[in-house]
Structure formats: structure tokens, C-alpha cells
Design a binder for this molecule. Structure first.
Ligand SMILES: NC(=O)c1ccc[n+]([C@@H]2O[C@H](COP(=O)([O-])OP(=O)(O)OC[C@H]3O[C@@H](n4cnc5c(N)ncnc54)[C@H](OP(=O)(O)O)[C@@H]3O)[C@@H](O)[C@H]2O)c1
Length: 254
């Protein structure tokens, strides 16, 4: 028997960054749970692969090719979701770039690229989602943040600037739209076997940090983040607003 069933039945869900990692796993899990998934990202072939995987398992999904650093394309993503499925119930902001740059070496172009992709996209997807959610008087927005919103790691400074701001974006939306029936929450993953950590050389480089910098001494899995998201998006959690959950094996404690 399935452990969870129809948790997101008929919910229309937009997820940014579904071509790999955590975003892709959320897309397939949410579809298994009855959601109509609108995925996005720049790599169209991987986006279509996600759609095929969902459809062949009996689910519903479309992919909208989107460069999330461009606000017009982000607006188009949200509009396409509503054009296709008639409403928007859930937005999951997930896409990010994580370049390794020491702060002294940061150029204006690199700063803009990371801020536009990681913070600009979360902000403008939220603004556009609210255009539909406020008149509906319902909706949930979930931001995939990071333990680096408060734990500073040398070389990921510009990424953590964006993550710190996403923490306040979550608070702003949670406060300004609570009475519109809208809830806004965030998940702060620790080190997860996705993104940079799919490269064995990066895992080897981070071995000490994984084994000694995390009380639960291993990488987390995309399943662990996707199931946390499912729980936070379920109708049963209507009173959760500005919830912030570290899913990091206790890494933020060190
Ligand atoms: N992995 C970890 O250890 C970890 C830890 C803490 C937090 N997180 C957070 O978890 C989230 C997902 O990360 P992940 O580990 O799953 O990484 P990932 O596998 O590299 O996925 C990143 C996703 O973001 C998309 N993306 C990047 N730039 C984009 C752009 N300009 N326009 C549209 N989409 C863009 C990528 O799609 P395209 O390349 O196709 O555009 C991809 O689908 C991120 O917010 C990350 O900060 C991850």
C-alpha cells in the first residue's frame, strides 16, 4: 500500500528548475501524488524527459523552457501554467546556480547572474503567482533555500547573499498575504546528493565537511527534500506560514 496517496490531487504546481536534482524529484513525486506539474529550466531535452517520465507513469505535466534570470520568461512560465490548467495552486521556487567564487574575485557580471537567477527568479515568480493567487484567495509558495542562508562557507558567498534574502522574501509574502489564504514557507537543505555533489571529485573534496561538519554524517537525498516539500504543501498544514525547516542532518548546529 502507498504510504501517501493523492496528497496534491488536482493541484496545479509550478516548479522552477525541474531538469535535474531536487526539482526533478519534486516534479515526479508531486505528479505521483496527483498534481498537474508545470516544470521549467533551460535544458529542454531534460525537461521533456521529465514530462515523458511523468506521463508514462500516468501523471500530467508540461515543460516550459525558461531562463529564470529573465523576468519576462518567468512571467511567461506562470501565465502558461494558468493557460494550460486554468489556475495556479502552488509555486515552488527551486532553481539556482552555485558558482565557487571567493568574494574578492567577484565581478559585477557574476554578481548579477547569481542574484538574477537565484533571487530575481524567486521574487518575480512570486509576484506573478500572486496575480493569480490573490484573486483566488488561495495558494502556497515554497522556497527551496539553503543552510548557507546563515552558515557561511568560503567560496559560496554570493550564493549565500541570495539565500539570506530569500529568507526575508519568505517572511514578506507570509505576512502580506496570510489573509488572502496564501501561505509561504521555506526548506533549508544541507549537503544533498544533487547539483555539484553528483560529481565524485566534489564529494571527495567535501569528504571532511560531510563526515565531520554534519552531525548525521552523510549527504542527504533528493527524496528527503521532496518528501519534506510534499508534507509542507499538504492541505493539512494550513497553519504553517513562514515555516522554515532545516533538512540538513543538523549541519546548521555546527
Ligand atoms: N545540492 C545541495 O547540496 C543543495 C544544498 C542546499 C540547497 N540546495 C538548493 O536546492 C535547489 C536545487 O538544487 P539542486 O541541488 O537540485 O541543483 P541542480 O541539480 O543543479 O538543479 C538546479 C536547477 O536549476 C535550474 N537553473 C539553473 N539556472 C537556471 C536559469 N538561469 N534558468 C532556469 N533554470 C535554471 C537548472 O536547470 P537548467 O540548467 O536546465 O536551466 C536545474 O534544473 C537550489 O535552490 C539549491 O540552492 C541544494
Amino acid at each position: 500500500m502507498a504510504k501517501y496517496q493523492d496528497v496534491l490531487k488536482d493541484k496545479v504546481v509550478v516548479i522552477t528548475g525541474t531538469t535535474s536534482g531536487i526539482g526533478r524529484r519534486m516534479a515526479t513525486l508531486f505528479a505521483e501524488q496527483g498534481a498537474k506539474v508545470v516544470g521549467s529550466g533551460r535544458r529542454e531535452n531534460l525537461g521533456q524527459e521529465m514530462v515523458e517520465e511523468i506521463k508514462s507513469a500516468g501523471g500530467e505535466a508540461i515543460f516550459v523552457k525558461t531562463d529564470a534570470s529573465d523576468p519576462e520568461q518567468v512571467k511567461n512560465l506562470i501565465d502558461k501554467a494558468v493557460e494550460t490548467y486554468g489556475r495556479l495552486d502552488i509555486l515552488v521556487n527551486n532553481c539556482a546556480l552555485e558558482p565557487q567564487i571567493m568574494i574578492k574575485d567577484l565581478t559585477w557580471e557574476q554578481f548579477r547572474e547569481v542574484i538574477d537567477t537565484n533571487l530575481g527568479s524567486y521574487t518575480m515568480a512570486t509576484v506573478n503567482a500572486l496575480r493569480y493567487m490573490v484573486p483566488q484567495q488561495s495558494g502556497k509558495i515554497l522556497n527551496i533555500n539553503s543552510v548557507t542562508r546563515e552558515q557561511i562557507v568560503p567560496g559560496v558567498g554570493v550564493y549565500s547573499l541570495a539565500k539570506a534574502a530569500i529568507h526575508n522574501l519568505t517572511k514578506v509574502v507570509a505576512l502580506e498575504h496570510a489573509r488572502d489564504g496564501i501561505r509561504c514557507n521555506e526548506i533549508c537543505p544541507g549537503l544533498i546528493l544533487s547539483g555539484a555533489f553528483t560529481d565524485p571529485a566534489v564529494r571527495e573534496w567535501a569528504k571532511d565537511s560531510i563526515e565531520n561538519g554534519t552531525p548525521v554524517p552523510r549527504l542527504g537525498t533528493v527524496d528527503e527534500i521532496a518528501y519534506t516539500a510534499l508534507f509542507m504543501l499538504s492541505d493539512e498544514l494550513d497553519f504553517l506560514n513562514d515555516g522554515s525547516l532545516f533538512v540538513d542532518g543538523g549541519r546548521h548546529l555546527i
